[in-house]
Write a protein that binds this ligand. Sequence first.
Ligand SMILES: Cc1ncc(C[n+]2csc(CCOP(=O)(O)OP(=O)(O)O)c2C)c(N)n1
Ligand SMILES: [Mg+2]
Length: 601
Amino acid sequence: MTMKVADYILARLSEWGVEHVFGYPGDGINGLLAAWGRAENEPRFIQARHEEMAAFDAVGYAKFSGRLGVCAATSGPGAIHLLNGLYDAKLDHVPVVALVGQTHRSAMGGSYQQEVDLHSLYKDVASDFLETVTVPEQLPNVLDRAIRTAYARRAPTAVIIPADVQELDYSPPTHEFKMVPSSLDRSGWSAVPSSTAVQRAAEVLNAGERVAILVGQGAAGARQEVQRIAETLGAGVAKALLGLDALSDELPYVTGPIGLLGTRPSYEMMRDCDTLLTIGSSFPYAQFLPEFGTARGVQIDLDPHMIGMRYPYEVNLVGDARETLLRLLPLLERKEARDWQEEIIGGVRRWREVMALRAEVSADPVNPEYVARCLDPLLPSDAVLTCDSGSVANWYARHLTMRGEMRASLSGTLATMGCGVPYAIGAKFARPDRPAVALVGDGAMQMNGLAELITVAKYRHEWEDPRLVIGVWNNQDLNQVTWEMRAMGGAPQFRPSQEIPDVSYARFAESLGMTGIRVEKPEQVEQAWRDALSADGPVVVEFLTDPAVPPIPPHATWEQMEATVESIIKGDPDRASMIRQGLKAKVQEFWPHRKKTSDEA
Ligand SMILES: Cc1ncc(C[n+]2csc(CCOP(=O)(O)OP(=O)(O)O)c2C)c(N)n1
Ligand SMILES: [Mg+2]
């Protein structure tokens, strides 16, 4: 039997080591689907409920496997649905290839059914590589380049294949004018900066007395080296949210996340340092970095396109984090003075106490911080964690401590809602031998999570470690935005946009044959997590949490508290409970130390 273009595409994906394609069918890719049948479903087609979820599955898969994520969708509506997930890949620098159908070549330009100008639509999201296959000889090059570019630039790329082209007999490029051959070999490579640049960086770091290190996901391959450098320089290490799992929180000088969802010790370390070393992070919020002019800076980043723009760094080292740190380390002088690091360690200890106290604040009915706090010590040290966008990301960032082999990710840069459950599905295919835990708000569950539970139910029996725990913070509110409205403008909550219906997430899970647990009282929280983590299949555990517990920022000032109070005066419906919670939590933050620093005054 002759090989069709669609057969060739699947075979080539397998040659690249692709094992899963997350997708949704439609007649724009019928040729590919038929080829999948002939190939006995290799690489494996994993069916999501919606193309956006297929793209999120692929992003989660890529994040947790370190391999390429692949998704597939039909022309028109399918291609449109993929977009948000592909943007998530683009903004978080994740290699993903989208295979997208298109109408027949004969219909193109005819305002045909499901004909959308995909090149215009994907021009931005797949700006690193986007091509339509119009004749068989363009393959393998177009597919190879899409894959190679996705890996090289850590970006989404797209290959559009008109439906009739999928059905053509495959013929390879020949040794002729205007033919483009392609090869697959992918030997390893590492970028390293010049030795003069490394020397200049060492001079800056040696001159500093109070060094702060900021790591992002790009530092994940250099854990030991980051540790060695922090110990040599007597520094503290803050983590961007995407780099939460790049370093263990068991190291006493790790201050945890930075930024609005970050910790007070990260905030203070950046405020007070005289030298900043950033490794593999494009953390965007300059206001959480040292005041310009107060600290000298060195940045290490793999991507020459992303370097030097978040802070006026003095030295920008383009290179792989590990390779660069290995070259930097021998040039560094060990700092004998340890008072700076001791101060940081003290701050971390204090923060932990404050967080423990905050989680203990009583709430109506359950304190959302307590739910995360309770989970932390129960997490297996090989857990893969995902988190959705919403107030739950605050609790994920502040209460979960990374240790052992733990992996964790969220939509760090696009900060899109709806990725928590599909990321966890991607995680189960990437690491079927590990337990996965998703932390999700009720809004995100209603947006995407509920539908994707059906996908969980469909594939649940295939994972070697059957545990997939989906924790839902049921506060019947789009709480993160509610708080943003209150804190920023002093605007009261606008109920028609913020309040969301109560849904029984646990019963929905049960209707799919999974375990559902509903927690209505604080005393049930710990046992619920224990039961979920020891179940022999996926579990949805929902917690009725209090929307009036405020996610106070790490640099909370009294002015912000006042803005909050102002909104209450303007008639916020949650005011009574909120005042109680907001002030109580604030008081806890300063107790038992009661020491005021200037910006807390
Ligand atoms: C696709 C998308 N739409 C809207 C937003 C804005 N947004 C960010 S968090 C949030 C509320 C999330 O609510 P929920 O999932 O219930 O979590 P909660 O904040 O209540 O814990 C919204 C609407 C977003 N980030 N992404
Ligand atoms: Mg909510």
